[in-house]
Design a protein around this ligand. Structure first.
Ligand code: C2E
Ligand code: CA
Ligand code: CA
Ligand code: CA
Length: 282
């Protein structure tokens, strides 16, 4: 037993060192990835449930690593945040996404709003509204066609600054969404004080609402509260028609998820822009 304990320790230790050096080398690679053109965007449609039309898409970052292949954002975004590389990454995402939306608007005559995820670290550094507005100025996109998604937890940190930054973005005409809503334990009574437009219900609630009465009740409560605050509600991670039907019954405004489409390259997502998306049950 003593021996196996020792081995387990050695194994654990080795794994830890490996992970640490993996992280460092991934971080080094990430610094180069921007210049080498290894980053690209996928887009996932958001469908309005009343009209059946795609009104917006979410830009989701992808990294095609020369040796590892596709690296998931859940793996490299935290590294980018720790090392400060996130600043350059966000600049790149904002510019690419707004340039793409401007192309859809001007060339294809499809005024599709594009949503960009902003990491919580941007709300610690007090310059986020400049970053966003300068991307808009550079690409010439109508601010009404830009949405930013921030998580519920970043809303709760650095309260004063965050509120002021969001207010400025909204005054500029940009749409503000709260991502992963329901997971951040924010006091609901606080919500009306924040300048926001949309709540995105976290996908864990969407997954559980067909199985658990409690989760369905939470979803219903979020939608009712949003309604009274005049906010829109988008459900993320919708994978089944059963989930869609329940969300529709509860009065959810828009949905996003594999049921409609996985995140795909720009040319693929464009196919959803004309006509209605088939959402009929059965
Ligand atoms: P998120 O913002 O909550 O994005 C939604 C995630 O759910 C995406 O994962 C998307 O591909 C996935 N998803 C969408 N529909 C479904 C579905 O029906 N079922 C399931 N199982 N998953 C679905 P992805 O693209 O791997 O991104 C993961 C996270 O990485 C994002 O979560 C976001 O927090 C972060 N991220 C992605 N792109 C960016 C970016 O440009 N900047 C920042 N700061 N973070 C990003
Ligand atoms: Ca998001
Ligand atoms: Ca989310
Ligand atoms: Ca998330």
């Amino acid at each position: 037993a003593k021996d196996s304990g020792k081995n387990a320790f050695r194994l654990f230790n080795k794994k830890m060192t490996q992970n640490a050096s993996d992280r460092v080398s991934l971080q080094t690679d990430l610094r180069l990835a921007l210049d080498r053109g290894e980053l690209f965007l996928h887009y996932q449609p958001k469908v309005d449930l009343d009209s059946g039309r795609v009104t917006a898409v979410e830009a989701l970052l992808r990294w095609n690593h020369p040796k590892l292949g596709l690296v998931a954002p859940d793996r490299f975004i935290p590294l980018a945040e720790e090392s400060g590389i996130i600043t350059g990454v966000t600049d790149w995402v904002l510019r690419s996404a707004t340039r793409q939306a401007r192309h859809w608007q001007e060339v294809d005559h499809q005024p599709i709003r594009v949503a960009v995820n902003l990491s919580p670290v941007h709300f610690k550094r007090q310059d986020v509204e400049r970053t966003v507005v300068s991307a808009l100025e550079e690409t010439g996109l109508d601010p009404h066609l830009l949405e930013i998604e921030i998580t519920e937890s970043s809303l709760m940190q650095n309260n004063e600054y965050t509120r002021e930054a969001l207010a400025q973005l909204r005054r500029a005409g940009i749409t503000v969404s709260i991502d992963d809503f329901g997971t951040g334990y924010s006091s609901l009574s606080y919500l009306h004080r924040y300048p926001i437009d949309i709540l995105k219900i976290d996908r864990t609630f969407v997954w559980n609402m067909t199985k658990s009465e409690e989760d369905r009740a939470i979803v219903a409560a979020i939608i009712a509260m949003a309604e009274s605050l005049k906010l829109q509600v988008v459900a993320e991670g919708v994978e089944t028609l059963e989930q869609l039907e329940l969300l529709r019954q509860e009065g959810c405004h828009a949905v996003q998820g594999y049921l409609i489409s996985r995140p795909v390259v720009a040319e693929e997502v464009e196919k959803f822009f004309t006509g209605k998306v088939e959402l009929a049950a059965g």
